[in-house]
Design a protein. Structure first.
Length: 260
């Protein structure tokens, strides 16, 4: 599992620069893409341009899905930095206790490739959710279970995955029966950056599971209403009560009860 997250202010010092300090810049309707020039060397100039076009097309598709599924539509162009894989790992990957493929800290930062893969498309969808929440309410600090859970749900939904898999259900069941289940206090931190790899995997899965539970029980419309309301009113408890008539603790208890 590759973990992705929105970074706290402590990580905001990550200055975007490519292998030799330069990025190639391309724009689309809603994005400004900065691609590490070192990718040109691995993919060739034509391959690099094709890759840029693929990434921008995928982002624009994700943007339209963002509005359809979550009711979020950032009005300003979003900056996206695509790094050469080795550069990303060396300069940014070490800031976490687990492997990452991307993060958001005011701009989207992605571990790049020379062609658009399914996995890269998932990363772009995931990080776009963080960017959209930030664009809608820059000063709002969402609990990680909602921020990451919605991002995980959105990337899965883009691949037509609507429910937890059998393997995911079994993993969560084992976590509860063994006492490893994470409490709401841990899941409500601003991010999971300081968790070890195993803890981060469980934190992301529980967060995704809570959002999947919400959608399964109350429908996708309830999630859209929740996302819209929380960025407007900036009160998660009130937004949950309005959209699904359950508070945070009640929602978490309902989800956990499925594995009891």
């Amino acid at each position: 599992m590759i973990a992705l997250l929105a970074l706290p202010a402590a990580f905001a010092a990550a200055r975007p620069r490519g292998a030799d300090g330069r990025f190639e810049k391309r724009e689309s309707s809603h994005f400004v893409l900065h691609q590490d020039v070192d990718i040109d060397e691995s993919g060739g100039l034509r391959g690099s341009r094709r890759f840029e076009q693929q990434v921008l097309q995928e982002l624009e598709v994700a943007y339209e899905r963002l509005d359809a599924f979550l009711g979020l539509r950032p009005s300003r162009r979003i900056a996206v930095f695509i790094y050469d894989g080795e550069v990303f790992d060396a300069r940014l990957g070490g800031r976490f206790r687990f492997q990452i493929a991307g993060f958001f800290n005011g701009a989207i930062h992605i571990r790049g490739a020379t062609q658009l893969t399914v996995e890269l498309g998932r990363v772009l969808h995931h990080e776009l959710v963080h960017a959209a929440f930030h664009a809608a309410a820059p000063s709002l600090v969402l609990p990680a279970w909602l921020n990451e859970g919605v991002a995980e749900w959105f990337e899965a939904r883009a691949l037509s995955k609507r429910h937890l898999s059998a393997g995911e259900l079994a993993y969560l069941s084992r976590a509860l029966s063994s006492g490893a289940w994470l409490g709401l206090g841990t899941l409500s931190q601003p991010n999971f950056a300081r968790l070890p790899a195993g803890g981060a995997r469980l934190a992301y899965l529980q967060s995704y599971g809570m959002v999947e539970h919400l959608v399964r029980v109350y429908g996708e419309r309830a999630l859209r209403e929740l996302c819209r309301d929380v960025v407007r009113g900036r009160d998660l408890e009130r937004s949950l009560l309005r959209s699904v008539h359950r508070g945070v603790r009640e929602l978490e208890a309902d989800f956990q009860a499925e594995f009891s």
